[in-house]
Design a protein around this ligand. Structure first.
Ligand code: HGY
Ligand code: MN
Ligand code: MN
Length: 422
């Protein structure tokens, strides 16, 4: 993009239009947090998810973009370039949220993509390559674990039917929900799963405190740490809480406590870089006067160092087996994302765009995983972060200012325009 068109492009990005679209999306699944903050609960493959997608599709088709969906429900909105057979530039993120989520995680990356493409069109910036905005299916993994199913299938990281039998807390399988979703969107043009973009750029709130605390406008994301998810199942015997001697019990809750205590020791990190979370616990029969005969708990383990991620992750099963006393145990790995480094083609384009707009940039890795993690083997990939208040996310109190989000969209627009003419 020439220096002469850059100012028109930056000026064509509308802070108010982007904010208004975000606030309309935030109405779809609106919740109120414990502190009164407005949040969103919009799980993937639900009627709410489809309502949000229809709203996005309306904005996109009003703009003249073409719509398509693949067999995982990934949604694509295409701005045609002057050379449509050239590999496109892909940008986007996810529209699903955590159950107690915020108004910006994921959805801003999709809305910013739409804002950037609208500005490119309104500023009359020609792009040789087409630009496709994508909304990935099930990035969060809240309803169906793990996350990033849509991007993993698109990148052929896993076969498309890998998660068919995964059930949500109500017992609905991913396949049932996806089939219902696909028939509700059968009117949309279909496209084959997969693709070979020229580059992928994802805009996202930082979900951490650094940009705000250190006074930076834009995060030039250098990569994403590794993540491993496990589900642990402990099976004992239920018994009467008043009569069963403790010495004879096979108490799944007591063994869970032993297991988590041992895992805490394994995952101790005085440098506080390692991340270890037990976020979901199911207990059966879940009554106060019966000994629990079944406990299922989740493990979310993350680290930027590949060796440590593998070593500590591989030690989880034996650590649990050694720590428990009375139950049978099964440990199943559900997500295995190694650390990735982003490509200089994209990180430099992001940094140049931000610097040209007088924005202060910081290079930093992402602690959260993103769909971008699975695009890295496919094409040069990178991300743009904007600050979020106190780094709060996965929480209705998540917040970024309209001006911060507009600055991110302006950097995205300039980055896309540059890559689309590369
Ligand atoms: O869990 C994650 O890192 C992402 O925010 N879903
Ligand atoms: Mn996200
Ligand atoms: Mn998230």
């Amino acid at each position: 993009m020439s220096a002469s068109t850059a100012p028109h492009l930056v000026a064509a990005v509308s802070e108010s239009r982007q904010w208004d679209r975000l606030m309309q999306m935030a109405e779809l699944g609106a919740i109120t947090g414990a502190d009164g903050s407005p949040g969103v609960n919009r799980a993937c493959l639900t009627p709410l998810d489809r309502e949000a997608r229809r709203l996005l599709i309306r904005w996109a088709t009003d703009l003249g973009l073409t719509v398509s969906v693949d067999e995982l429900g990934n949604l694509f909105l295409r701005h045609e370039g002057t050379e449509p057979n050239e590999a496109p530039i892909l940008t986007g993120s996810h529209m699903d949220t955590q159950p107690n989520g915020g108004r910006f995680d994921g959805i801003w990356g999709v809305i910013a993509g739409l804002e950037a493409v609208q500005a490119i069109r309104e500023a009359g910036v020609q792009t040789r390559r087409s630009i496709e905005i994508v909304a990935w299916t099930n990035e969060e993994g809240g309803r169906f674990a793990p996350g990033c199913m849509g991007s993993m299938a698109y990148a052929h990281f896993k076969p498309a039917d890998t998660w068919d039998a995964v059930a949500d807390p109500e017992g609905v399988t991913f396949r049932q929900a996806l089939d219902e979703h696909r028939s509700a969107e059968a009117d949309l043009p279909q496209r084959p799963l997969g693709g070979k973009p020229h580059a992928y750029v994802e805009a996202h709130i930082e979900q951490g405190p650094r940009l705000e605390a250190e006074g930076f406008d834009i995060g030039v994301v250098t990569g994403i740490q590794g993540s491993r998810w496990f589900i642990v199942e402990l099976r004992g015997e239920t018994a009467h809480a008043g009569t069963a001697p403790l010495s004879l019990r096979k108490d799944a809750v007591q063994d869970m406590i032993r297991a988590v205590t041992a895992l805490n020791a394994l995952m101790t990190d005085p440098t506080d870089v390692l991340r270890f979370t037990v976020g979901r616990i199911e207990v059966q029969p879940n009554t106060s006067n019966s000994v629990a005969d079944l406990v299922r708990f989740t493990i979310d383990f993350r680290h930027p160092d590949k060796e440590l991620l593998i070593t500590n992750g591989d030690a989880i099963e034996n650590t649990i087996a050694t720590a428990i006393k009375t139950c049978a145990v099964t440990v199943t790995e559900r997500f295995h994302a190694l650390p990735v480094e982003f490509d200089a083609l994209v990180t430099d384009a992001v940094e140049d765009a931000a610097t040209a707009q007088g924005l202060k940039t910081l290079r930093l890795p992402s602690g959260a995983f993103h769909d971008a993690q699975f695009m890295v083997p496919l094409c040069p990939t990178g991300m743009i972060f904007v600050p979020c208040r106190k780094g709060i996310s996965h929480n209705p109190a998540e917040y970024s200012e309209p001006g911060q989000l507009a600055a991110g969209a302006r950097v995205l627009a300039a980055t896309l325009a540059k890559l689309a003419n590369a």
